[in-house]
Design a protein around this ligand. Structure first.
Ligand SMILES: [Zn+2]
Length: 478
């Protein structure tokens, strides 16, 4: 117990200071280090391995749904960026510019991509000619740069990794189907792999993507009651196509503008994973995403036969799970703490007494429960336990979200909810920008989305009292 207590002191308790707890976890679980440019981050091997697993799962689904991966250039010439007005206005404040090549000043400034709509559009204008070319379904895995003023690892950084899908379709119906299909793919990855429950809905006009007709979002709720926009999918209409001249000749030989979509998720999802599942002992990684699902910790490993047996176990388990062994000369207690901090779902302890009895001890990271299991049953038992942990994490997160979802009929309700039980607040909205702005100004909560699943809480707007028929989820957000 004494050791436990000391260990816990190494990271700030989340109840004391959630922001500091987050910073402690990302550092001590070896996920990131800070880059030398303010706001940039070094993603360390463990953090990158988690990203690779998220990426691989999503990449598989992107390909299954008919998309191809491509790679676009890093730079966008300023003149090209000016072509779509709403888009550039939205991104201008956070664009990084290249002005020199070596010693020479460039004739035209180059923007470091904050997103690549423009580049895809220019390319599409060159390669799309006929209805036979549609739909054109491209995706890119890359980095983007946004010159943010306040930054936090994974949540908001100068440079981050992401994927951006960009597609062209013959008509609105097909493009809208794509927009919602990819939102479903994102929701599936979040819930089934990251065990992060999400709320699906549409963004208000104020919150939609710069240049989009409509933006759809998945919103998740963090442990501290703040919301995190976890993925977005946009229907771009024909606006970009008109600015860039992306046209195809239809079956009657008439020229038409394509309807476009774009959609993206980022390394931000790692932030969601930390803030949804983490606890005061560190990170908790859902088994389906965990780079290491089982860590073997030999006990009294200097005794004859222990390491031999532990390695044999690892080799046998390798066929079914992602398993690793720590045979370093550090104390078992240190190892227990280290792998709890890293959130490895299962710890397997094996010592001389266990070997005598043909058993091991399995300890769950999510509940802390320990169980003695016969070595003969391990290949069946471990995958079962991992699935149970996966399910438990999702259930716990859903339960948390439910407890932190409030209902407000007026501004006072909203203020009270945000103070007493911070989380999502369901409230009716009249659709006026003025009310949305007033709510943000007075409470700090923003409209997260107009959920697909609508309810009728009352007939009047939470803010102005006028007639309202839209339910909106409000929250303070990252
Ligand atoms: Zn109103």
């Amino acid at each position: 117990m004494g050791k436990d207590k000391k260990f816990v002191e190494e990271i700030t308790a989340m109840e004391t200071d959630f922001a500091q707890w987050y910073t402690d976890v990302v550092k001590k679980a070896d996920l990131v280090d800070y880059g030398s440019v303010r706001g940039s981050m070094i993603i360390r091997p463990y953090g990158y391995a988690i990203w690779e697993n998220i990426r691989d799962v999503l990449d598989g689904k992107i390909k299954e749904t008919g998309h191809s991966n491509v790679y676009m250039p890093l730079f966008i010439p300023e003149s090209l960026l000016q072509k779509e007005k709403d888009h550039i206005e939205g991104f201008a404040p956070e664009v990084a510019w290249v002005t020199h090549g070596g010693d020479e000043e460039l004739h035209e400034r180059l923007c470091v991509r904050p997103t690549s709509e423009i580049l895809f559009c220019e390319h599409y204008a060159n390669i799309i000619h006929s209805y036979r070319d549609l739909p054109m379904l491209y995706n890119q895995w890359s980095n983007v740069v946004r010159w943010e003023k306040t930054t936090r690892p994974f949540l908001r950084s100068l440079e981050f990794l992401w994927q951006e899908g960009h597609t062209c379709h013959a008509d609105e119906e097909d493009a809208m189907e794509e927009t919602l299909k990819m939102l479903d793919v994102y929701a599936n990855v979040c819930e089934e792999y990251l065990a992060v429950p999400v709320l699906k809905g549409k963004k208000t006009e104020k919150e939609k993507f710069a240049g989009a007709e409509s933006t759809y979002t998945i919103e998740s709720l963090m442990h501290d009651g703040k919301a995190l926009q976890s993925g977005t999918s946009h229907y771009l209409g024909t606006g970009f196509a008109e600015s860039f001249g992306i046209q195809y000749s239809d079956k009657n030989g008439e020229l038409q503008h394509v309807h476009q979509t774009s959609w993206g998720i980022t390394t931000r999802l790692i932030g969601a994973l930390i803030m949804v599942h983490g606890d005061n002992r560190g990170l908790v990684v859902p088994p389906r995403i965990a780079p290491t699902q089982v860590m073997i910790v030999p006990i009294a490993q200097h005794k004859e036969g222990v390491l031999d047996r532990a390695y044999k176990l690892r080799d046998s388990l390798k066929k079914t799970v992602r398993v690793d062994i720590d045979a370093s000369d550090k104390m078992p207690g240190w190892k227990f703490n280290e792998y709890e901090m890293k959130g490895i779902p299962l710890r397997l302890e094996i010592g001389p007494k266990d070997i005598e009895k043909n058993q091991v001890v399995l300890a769950r990271r999510d509940t802390g429960e320990k169980e003695i299991v016969s070595m003969d049953d391990l290949n069946a038992k471990i995958p079962e336990l991992l699935e149970d942990i996966q399910k438990n994490l999702l259930d716990k997160a859903k339960d948390h979200r439910e407890k932190k979802t409030n209902v407000a009929k007026n501004m006072e309700d909203l203020q009270n909810s945000l103070r007493d039980n911070p989380g999502f607040v369901k409230g009716m909205w009249c659709g006026e920008l003025a009310c949305e702005e007033k709510i943000k100004e007075e409470t700090g909560a923003t409209s997260r989305c107009i959920p697909f699943e609508q309810e009728k809480i009352s007939d009047s707007c939470m803010c102005c009292g006028q007639k309202a028929d839209q339910l909106v989820y409000w929250a303070k957000a990252y």
